[in-house]
Design a protein around this ligand. Structure first.
Ligand code: FAS
Ligand code: PHB
Length: 396
């Protein structure tokens, strides 16, 4: 076994692991990233599309914001479609100027990968048998195998950035962790296509046939979703069947404006709300999807990952400067923002999707809440300030 010494061993090279690596590298702290998959596989996963200002600022701080500012789309609002009409939520006015950046997670990951390659910091892709050891001591270790050889990273901290199905959270003794979960009775069928977006901003649609979302990656590449059954399989959905169903769930103007084309990616994602508490176990800290999952309705998953990493990078930097308090309050500070985003994502999902089990009364409640939401400045402001992203905050 080959043993290497580093300051921080990061498990996972998704947005969480790569952003953490970039922020630590900038502070002169050595970190090795161990990733189970290939770079191509990581880039091939089509996920988030909307960045909060907190995320934009962290990417700028990491020195990877140039292309985002050149190619990203700044949005000051989005629309809610219901009852055959669309209603704009003017985030910029309602929040005193705050906006969001539409720039795909794939591009964020690509920018972070390129910066890491340029920096010379070490990333091990296609690592197998990744295992975490002794994180309840001052000498944690990560072991893995690569090309048949065994390796060991001796470090000061392990950052579990390996997503919901990763090994990090699974390595914590059951008695030391508490989880909270809600599984939604439907999924999202998503299609990526090189077609112009239906509108210049996102449209979230509450329709009697089910939820739909018209999003984008640029003014020539669109990302659309329809709520689907958990029994659906992506092979069952031809492109034409998808476009026909999407068109049925849009208002007449949007349905007319929809430009269809061949899918370049098509996938079904399950929806869940999930939180693991706490997010720190001795010298192991969880960040991003390794610690929490939100239904994508509120576009919070990637943004929570970024704010976790903002807290974690500064806590580790403080630790090396002799400040123990920062890392000791890491979990509490993350979870306060996580639970607020969990609430918003659950609320928005409950408002916009079809829940057959709630019957006609449930539909009436959704219609009444939507009517109130778009006709009350207070309700629209609450919606807007959650969508643009609540500020990062100190511990309670
Ligand atoms: P990730 O899951 O992105 O990355 C974890 C990395 O760890 C992966 O590269 C994985 O290969 C690696 N890994 C796993 N196990 C490992 C092991 N044992 N050893 C080493 N490496 C290991 N969010 C939104 O805001 N909007 C959306 O529309 C949206 N859509 C989504 C659709 C899907 C199907 C999924 C799964 C998530 C979606 N999300 C969305 C949420 C998503 O963007 C996440 O929040 C984001 O990827 C979180 O980034 P990471 O925490 O880095 O986790
Ligand atoms: C996306 O563009 O993939 C996207 C945008 C907003 C959401 C979810 C997904 O709420």
């Amino acid at each position: 076994m080959t043993t290497t010494r580093t300051q921080v061993a990061i498990v996972g090279a998704g947005p969480s692991g790569l952003l953490l690596g970039a922020l630590l590298h900038k502070a002169g702290i050595d970190a090795v990233i161990v990733e189970a998959r290939s770079p191509e596989y990581v880039l091939g996963r089509i996920r988030a599309g909307v960045l909060e200002q907190v995320t934009v600022d962290l990417l700028d701080e990491a020195g990877v914001g140039t292309r985002m500012h050149q190619e990203g789309l700044v949005h000051g609002g989005f629309e809610l479609a219901f009852g055959g009409a669309r209603h704009r939520i003017d985030m910029k006015t309602l929040t005193g100027g705050k906006q969001v950046m539409v720039y795909g997670q794939t591009e964020v990951t690509r920018d972070l990968m390129a910066a890491r390659a340029t920096s010379g910091a070490r990333t091990v892709y296609d690592a197998a048998d990744v295992a975490l050891h002794d994180f309840d001591s001052d000498h944690p270790r990560v072991t893995y195998s690569k090309d048949g050889a065994s390796h060991e990273l001796v470090c000061d901290f392990i950052a579990g950035c390996d997503g919901y199905h990763g090994v990090s959270r699974a390595s914590v003794p059951a008695v030391a962790i508490r989880t909270y979960e809600k599984i939604y009775p439907f999924g999202w069928l998503g299609v990526l296509s090189d077609t112009p977006p239906v509108s210049h901003e996102l449209i979230y649609s509450n329709h009697e046939r089910g939820f739909a979302l018209c999003s984008m990656r640029s003014m020539t590449r669109s990302r659309h979703y329809v709520q689907c059954s958990l029994d659906d399989h992506v092979e069952q959905w031809s492109d034409d069947a998808f476009w026909d169903e999407l068109r049925r769930r849009l208002d007449p103007e949007a349905a007319e404006a929809l430009v269809t084309g061949p899918s370049i990616e098509k996938s079904i994602a399950p929806l869940r709300s999930f939180v693991a508490e706490p997010m720190r176990f001795g010298r192991l800290c969880l960040a991003g999807d390794a610690a929490h999952i939100v239904p994508p309705t509120g576009a919070k998953g990637l943004n929570l990952a970024a704010s976790d990493v903002g807290y974690l990078s500064s806590s580790i930097i403080d630790w090396y400067r002799g400040d123990q308090h920062s890392i000791d309050t890491y979990s509490e500070r993350c979870l306060r923002r996580v639970w607020r985003a969990e609430r918003f994502s659950w609320w928005f999902t409950s408002l916009m999707h079809k829940f057959p089990e709630t019957g006609e009364f449930g539909q009436k409640m959704q219609a009444a809440e939507l009517d109130y939401l778009v006709n009350s400045n207070a309700a629209s402001t609450a919606m807007a300030e959650n969508y643009v992203g609540l500020p990062m905050m100190a511990a309670g």
